[in-house]
Design a protein around this ligand. Structure first.
Ligand SMILES: Cc1cc2nc3c(=O)[nH]c(=O)nc-3n(C[C@H](O)[C@H](O)[C@H](O)COP(=O)(O)OP(=O)(O)OC[C@H]3O[C@@H](n4cnc5c(N)ncnc54)[C@H](O)[C@@H]3O)c2cc1C
Length: 466
C-alpha cells in the first residue's frame, strides 16, 4: 500500500467512526468539508457534523485507464492542475475552481462540455461510500447499482462519498473559441441546438440583453495561431465583459485561450455576481476596482463572503434546467417577470433513467440550463414560488444548490419519493442524514450580518464552525 493509500485509509476510518457514533445516537448530521458554493446559509455547530475535510488527496492518476482516484474534498483547480501533467482532464470541469469533486457529484454540477458528457457524476466510474450505519461499500454500475446512480445530486442524503474513480479525457494546451453574435433568444437557442455534436468540445452562451447575446463554441487545440486571451491575471478583463465587448464590436470572433484560463474563465467576478457585490458595498465598477479587489472578487472569497454575511436572499441565484422544447418560453418568462441580465445558457445531456435526482432528469433529447443570477424586485418568496411554478409547468427542474421554497408535497411530486425513501432505508441513511427536502428547502428569512461576516472571512478562509 502506498503512503497516500495509507493516509486515505486512516481518514476513511475516522469518517466511518464519526458516522457510526451518530448512527448509534440516531442523530441527524451534516457533512462539513470547509467550503461550499451553495447559496443557502450553512450553519455548522461542533458535534453536529461529520468532517470530511481531510479527504483532499489525489490518490492515483492512471493514464492508461485513463482515470483518477480522487478524494471528495479536492477542488477543481487542484484536480485539473494534477491531471494536466498527464495531458488529461476530467470530461466535465465545473467553471468555479473551488467546487469540489464530492460537492460536484452531490450537486449535479455541469459545464460547457455537459451537452456531451452530462454532469460530473456521469463521468464517475465508481464510488467508495460510507453508509449511514458506518459500513463502507463500493458503488458502481455493477455493484450497488441503485446507489451508484441514485447518489448523484442527492446532496449527501444517501451516504458520504469518500473516494471517486473519475474518468479522464485527453486535453490539449488551448481552446479555440468561436464567438457567434446573436440577436435574440431564438437565434441563441437555435445555434446551440445546431452545434451540439461530436465535432465540438464546448458550448455555452451569454445573453446580455433581449436582443444581444453570444454563443461560444470551443474545441481543444495545440496551436496558438490566433490572438491569445487570458482570464486569470488581475490585469485581465473578466470573461463576461470580454465577451460582452466582442458582441458589441464584431459579428463573429475567434481566439485562443490557454486551457486552464478557459476552464475557470468565470472565476474572477463569479460570472457577473462580483458586480452585484461591488454595488452592494457602493464601490464603483471600474477596471481599477476590479484590479485592486481581484482576490476578493474570485469565487473562493465571494462564496465565503456570501455565507458569512447571509446576504443571499438579496439576490436571485438559480440554475434552471428545461427541455429544449420549452426553453424559449422560459426565457420569455424570465425577461418579463425577472428582468435579469446577463443570462448564462449551457446545454446538457439528459440524465439516464436511473439518475432520478439529477436536474437534467427530463424527458427530451437536450436539456438547456439557464443561469439566472441577479437582483429582483418584489417579494423574494413570492417571486421564487412563481419561478418554481413556471418551471413545473414547463417540465423543468432546479439545480438544488440554491434556494428551494417548494412546499413538501409539491417537492415530492417532482422527485420520486417512494423510490428515494426505499433507497434511504436500504442504505441506512434515514436516521443519520437529513433528506433531500430538508437539506435544500429554505424555511427561514436570513438576517444579513455584513460587518461580522466580513470579519469572519478576514480571520479564516474556511467555512466557520460555531
Ligand atoms: C454563483 C454560482 C455559480 C455556479 N456555477 C457553477 C458552474 O459554473 N458550474 C457548475 O457545475 N456548478 C456551478 N454552481 C453549482 C455548484 O456546482 C454546486 O453548488 C456544487 O454542489 C458545489 O459543490 P461544493 O464543492 O461547493 O459542495 P457543497 O456546496 O459543500 O456541497 C453540495 C452538497 O454535497 C454534499 N456533499 C459534499 N461533499 C460530500 C461528500 N463527500 N459526500 C456526500 N455528500 C457531500 C453537501 O452536504 C451538500 O449537500 C454554481 C453555484 C453558484 C452559487
Amino acid at each position: 500500500m502506498t503512503e497516500i493509500e495509507q493516509q486515505h485509509l486512516s481518514d476513511l476510518r475516522a469518517v466511518q467512526e464519526q458516522v457510526k457514533f451518530f448512527y448509534s445516537q440516531k442523530r441527524k448530521v451534516k457533512i462539513y468539508h470547509g467550503s461550499t458554493t451553495s447559496t443557502r446559509t450553512q450553519k455548522f455547530e461542533k458535534g453536529k457534523f461529520v468532517d470530511v475535510s481531510r479527504l483532499d488527496r489525489i490518490v492515483e492518476i492512471n493514464s492508461a485507464g485513463p482515470y483518477v482516484l480522487v478524494e471528495p474534498n479536492v477542488p477543481m483547480d487542484k484536480l485539473v492542475e494534477a491531471t494536466l501533467r498527464y495531458g488529461l482532464v476530467p470530461p466535465v470541469v465545473p467553471e468555479l475552481p473551488l467546487i469540489t469533486v464530492g460537492g460536484s457529484i452531490q450537486g449535479g454540477a455541469g459545464e460547457s462540455s455537459s451537452f456531451k458528457y452530462g454532469g460530473v457524476h456521469d463521468c464517475c466510474l465508481e464510488y467508495e461510500v460510507v453508509l449511514g450505519n458506518g459500513e463502507i461499500i463500493t458503488a458502481s454500475p455493477t455493484q450497488n447499482k441503485d446507489l451508484f446512480y441514485g447518489i448523484a445530486c442527492s446532496y449527501g442524503s444517501l451516504g458520504i462519498i469518500t473516494l471517486v474513480k473519475l474518468s479522464l479525457v485527453p486535453a490539449k494546451d488551448f481552446v479555440r473559441l468561436k464567438y457567434f453574435i446573436v440577436g435574440g433568444f431564438d437565434e441563441a437557442v437555435g445555434l446551440i441546438e445546431e452545434n451540439v455534436g461530436e465535432a465540438v468540445d464546448f458550448i455555452d452562451g451569454i445573453i446580455f440583453t433581449k436582443n444581444r447575446g453570444v454563443v461560444m463554441i470551443g474545441n481543444f487545440t495545440d496551436k496558438n495561431d490566433l490572438p491569445v486571451s487570458t482570464f486569470s491575471k488581475r490585469s485581465d478583463e473578466w470573461f463576461y465583459l470580454h465577451a460582452d465587448e466582442i458582441s458589441r464590436r464584431h459579428d463573429a470572433y475567434e481566439e485562443i485561450i490557454p486551457i486552464k484560463d478557459y476552464l475557470f474563465r468565470y472565476d474572477r467576478g463569479v460570472f457577473w455576481l462580483g458586480r452585484q457585490a461591488l454595488s452592494f458595498f457602493k464601490i464603483p465598477f471600474t477596471r481599477l476596482t476590479r484590479f485592486l479587489l481581484d482576490r476578493a472578487l474570485k469565487s473562493r472569497t465571494l462564496s465565503l463572503v456570501g455565507q458569512a454575511t447571509s446576504t443571499s436572499q438579496k439576490y436571485f441565484v438559480q440554475d434552471l434546467c428545461l427541455p429544449k422544447e420549452n426553453f424559449l418560453n422560459f426565457l420569455q418568462f424570465v425577461d418579463e417577470e425577472l428582468h435579469i441580465y446577463p443570462l448564462w445558457l449551457v446545454p446538457l445531456r439528459p440524465a439516464g433513467s436511473l439518475d432520478k435526482l439529477s436536474p437534467n432528469y427530463i424527458l427530451t433529447d437536450l436539456v438547456i440550463n439557464a443561469g439566472v443570477w441577479g437582483k429582483i424586485k418584489g417579494d423574494y418568496f413570492n417571486v421564487n414560488r412563481k419561478v418554481e411554478g413556471k418551471l413545473r409547468e414547463l417540465k423543468g427542474r432546479k439545480v438544488l444548490y440554491a434556494h428551494a421554497y417548494y412546499p413538501r408535497d409539491e417537492f415530492w411530486k417532482i422527485y420520486d419519493h417512494s423510490w428515494y425513501s426505499q433507497l434511504r432505508e436500504k442504505y441506512f441513511a434515514s436516521s443519520v442524514f437529513p433528506d433531500l427536502y430538508d437539506k435544500t428547502h429554505v424555511s427561514e428569512k436570513y438576517q444579513p450580518s455584513v460587518l461580522s461576516g466580513i470579519w469572519k472571512v478576514l480571520r479564516s478562509s474556511k467555512l466557520s464552525v460555531s
